[in-house]
Design a protein around this ligand. Structure first.
Ligand code: BTN
Length: 339
């Protein structure tokens, strides 16, 4: 009988990582086959076989007699050794487990902790069968061109210290992604959506486990519509969602971006936990705020509040200006633009 936990992890061998590292460290050069053979302690034909396996996985590797091998193109799908390479290049100490298909990366992170996986760790996937969104919604997760990531931390501290973590993670991730899409302005729609020109391209979901007054674990999940074409999205999403590919006009390096996003999540976490956010939250939020000056309706529980959105306050609440000039802070819930 199959269960929810029957998902297959794709792991990279140390040999595969060593070969890829040698090739990636020398982007404009050829790496000699005998050097690789020596590094791995195997024969030249064995190296040839390992390179063939990499080619089967989508790596384009040029081979020139008497010169060696050169990496011409990375695969367009996630590959655990590439994520690891880029994370190490950024000096981010985080292990990543890659599942081509999973129910939900947040659910897998929760399972991994019961198997004893050492935190912090990340779960990456190319397709979720039960992707979860905020407020009990579903997260469209079918395309392998998109990115589904979760990171699990075990802070064991009072929850107040991390109360703004998701907002900070949004800021750090938005800034990180902006460097890949110089032509378009990326913004955050309070509280947890990434937008461009009024359309959503990423959503974040944080799930926490508390034990009395201690925050035991925190799972931060993010889904990013990356290299998918919005015309392939379900009908109901086409007018409200977009992808970084559509925004940028060309495909983006999925493995490099996965590593950069994981680094941003880690930096946001470290900054919160060490109380070392060098900027104030409202000021960091302001230049990224997609709602600034817009008329919005906020649903807080069953109460509807309307107003002109300004910024957020130090507690992370969205401030809605009323006709009499007063402001109402919205602390939780969902916000829609007033038509
Ligand atoms: C939202 O905008 O409603 C939040 C969406 C969060 C989706 C991500 S995809 C990776 C992680 N796994 C999930 O099941 N959900 C989050």
């Amino acid at each position: 009988m199959s269960t929810d936990t029957d998902y297959k992890e794709t792991q990279s061998t140390e040999d595969e990582f060593t070969i890829l590292k040698a090739l990636l460290d020398a982007p404009d050069d050829f790496v000699s086959g005998s050097l690789l053979a020596e590094q791995l302690g195997v024969s030249r034909p064995a190296i040839h076989g390992k390179l063939e396996k990499l080619r089967e996985k989508g790596f384009e590797i040029e081979a020139v007699r008497n010169r060696g091998y050169r990496l011409v193109k990375e695969p367009e799908v996630l590959h655990p050794a590439l994520i690891r390479y880029y994370l190490e290049a950024d000096a981010t100490d985080m292990s990543v487990r890659y599942f081509p298909v999973i129910d939900s990366t947040n659910s897998e992170a929760e399972r991994q902790i019961t198997y004893g996986t050492k935190s912090p760790f990340a779960i990456a996937s190319s397709c979720q069968t039960k992707g979860r969104g905020r407020l009990g919604r579903e997260w469209y997760s079918a395309s392998a061109d998109n990115l589904y990531l979760s990171v699990l931390f075990e802070p064991n501290i009072p929850p107040q210290q991390l109360q703004h973590f998701t907002l900070w993670a949004g800021i750090y991730i938005c800034r990180a992604l902006q460097s890949f899409t110089p032509k378009a302005k990326l913004q955050i729609k309070w509280p947890n959506d990434l937008h461009c020109d009024g359309r959503k391209f990423a959503g974040m979901l944080t799930e926490a486990k508390m034990d009395f007054d201690t925050l035991r674990s925190i799972i931060f999940g993010i889904g990013i519509n990356l290299n998918s074409n919005p015309s392939s999205f379900p009908e109901e999403l086409r007018s409200i969602a977009t992808s970084l590919y559509a925004i940028n006009g060309e495909e983006l390096p999925i493995n490099k971006i996965a590593a950069r996003v994981l680094q941003a999540i880690n930096e946001a976490y470290e900054a919160c936990i060490q109380n070392q956010t060098t900027e104030a939250l409202p000021e960091a939020w302001a230049p990224l705020n997609s709602l600034h000056g817009k008329p919005v309706t906020a649903l807080q529980g069953d109460q509807e509040i309307t107003g002109i959105a300004s910024g957020i306050d130090a507690s992370g609440a969205l401030l809605l200006t009323q006709p009499d000039g007063s402001t109402i802070p919205v602390r939780a819930g969902d916000v829609t633009l007033k038509k």
